[in-house]
Design a protein around this ligand. Sequence first.
Ligand code: ACO
Ligand SMILES: O=CC(=O)O
Ligand code: MG
Length: 336
Amino acid sequence: MFISKIFKHMPHTNSKFWHFTNKISVRNYTPRRALMYVPGDDTRKLKKAWTLNVDCVAMDCEDGVAINRKETARETIRNILNEGKPTKKKFDWAVRVNSIDSGLCDDDLRALLTAEHLPNTVLLPKVENKEHILWFSERINSYIENKKKVELIIFIESAVAMINLPDICRTAVLLSKTSKFVPCALVFGSDDFCASIGATRTEDSKEILYARQKLVLVAKAFGLQAIDMVYIAYKDLEGLKLQSEEGSRMGYTGKQVIHPDQVPIVQEAFLPNTKQIEWAVGLLNAFKEHQKKWKRSIYLQRKHDRYANYEASTKCDRFNYVIKKLMYTLYIMLHN
Ligand SMILES: CC(=O)SCCNC(=O)CCNC(=O)[C@H](O)C(C)(C)COP(=O)(O)OP(=O)(O)OC[C@H]1O[C@@H](n2cnc3c(N)ncnc32)[C@H](O)[C@@H]1OP(=O)(O)O
Ligand SMILES: O=CC(=O)O
Ligand SMILES: [Mg+2]
């Protein structure tokens, strides 16, 4: 098995490595297989959202809301946040604010992050460069009280953003150490991206293949989830299934959806299959087995080291004793 091949070459007595592996712990992981947008000004749809089995509900202030309804959306979502999570169901309770360049983002953040309850996650659309992350960090630090933090999902939706992507992620990861957010995912905003590069959408999405792959690559390099593009034709469930499975094969961990009917198909596509689960369980078992062996061998190594030290010290003592005895004999001889 692959893992045993790696472990075979690991130095058993490398204490730094041992210390590291001994400390491996299970990370707090929020699944976001389907990330469903719900227009923030539509109370009927918001109520409907709480009844669904969906990993992430994104209460939207951005593109799902008309410009003359922005204020209504902001207030509606703030009221929901004031009341607290509407159900005991486990799901990611998220808000999508307007983009920084729209001039509406600060009002959204102030209204939503000073409510009685914080959302779990903030979705920040149209991030273009690291300065946007710095701005976001500064704003949320002034709104969130105490030691609370929100998770951050960064949207990449333009040519410039795609070029700046590693820089954006590096800044977010570094800032998160001192700021009130933790970056957790990247979203590929394919609709806005197509508009940005002037691409024409086709059935198989070849025109955005490079960008779609680059997003996964950079997300994984920074330990982030990768959330795939929206399938706008929400009545075409067969097409959705094919595109979701393709995204999953590419390494995406989830997909944006706009309609409740899309949820079960997407969540199924991003669930690991039986083969993958078997592989992961095998990997974990092999890891545990090797850990046990290391414990034994490290114990023996330490015992050996102690014995060797003891040996060395007694040899040294005997040598000192002989020298001292010789010197003493010499001293007696000289003085007699
Ligand atoms: C590129 C991007 O940024 S995408 C994000 C921006 N776009 C959006 O947010 C669009 C979100 N989606 C929607 O608004 C809707 O799904 C629409 C307008 C596309 C279709 O809505 P409808 O015509 O109401 O669809 P339909 O009649 O099939 O809905 C069935 C039920 O699901 C509800 N529903 C539909 N979409 C949603 C949703 N996104 N969230 C919650 N509930 C929803 C409807 O209210 C309806 O509920 P009801 O049975 O209690 O009346
Ligand atoms: O925000 C999503 C998009 O596709 O644009
Ligand atoms: Mg967009």
